[in-house]
Design a protein around this ligand. Sequence first.
Ligand SMILES: C[S@@+](CC[C@H](N)C(=O)[O-])C[C@H]1O[C@@H](n2cnc3c(N)ncnc32)[C@H](O)[C@@H]1O
Length: 249
Amino acid sequence: MEIPKEWHRTFFKNPFYNPASRPALAAAPAEAAFVLARLKLKKGSALLDLCCGPGRHAVEFAKRGMAVTGYDFSKEYLKEAAGRAKGKHVSIRLVRGDMRRLGFTREFDAAVNLFTSFGYFRRFSDDIKTLKGAARALKPGGLFLIDVVHGDFARANLKRRDWALLGRSYHLEETAADADGIYSTWTEIPAGGGRPVSKSFFTRLYNKERLSAALKKSGFKPLKFWGNFRGAPLSEKSDRLICLAKKIQ
Ligand SMILES: C[S@@+](CC[C@H](N)C(=O)[O-])C[C@H]1O[C@@H](n2cnc3c(N)ncnc32)[C@H](O)[C@@H]1O
């Protein structure tokens, strides 16, 4: 499977993919509430939503009194985030950039990275650059909450081919795995005829041990793990891996 090196540049585009699907939008308020309960931030705290996408969590954080900065590479999603904030009568700062090159220093009380917005690079050192940038962006003792697909669950439940009818398109997912992660190709086939569109991507898989090691290498101390946004303990049955970590000063 051929994966473009910088696949994120072309993958995160409408109409091929948008993380603010109807179920994802419906889940965002409860997920944001879970995150804020774990971060225990005062009103007005500076919160970085790293890879905020179309801002579905960022607006919820702002509605709950946080001073939110949303950071993402996708121009389209940032525009959507700005519209969503306007629609909800909240203000958020939106910054475009690459997660490997975060330019903030000791600015935030906390940072979040949600919905597997991490592990996209073929070089592990790029993941470490991202985490080090997040650590640098935090004030001393600042908290970081990361939510990724649980690598152990993803490996145990890997489907080589999976079909679904999504709206007016057939959606085919083809997936292979190696020791580093998963290699996927998604193909959208318009149900009424038309050209299929395929895009491929890589996700480095993290379990508790691997994520802990990466966080420690980047200046964080992992504090707690959960297996979903209802606060279930992490187990081999968890499809999510959520970790709260603290910046080591
Ligand atoms: C799965 S989406 C999740 C978005 C958002 N956190 C959510 O839950 O709706 C991943 C996001 O990461 C962004 N992204 C991908 N590669 C990036 C990079 N190198 N630098 C910054 N953002 C990136 C994408 O544009 C996309 O918005």
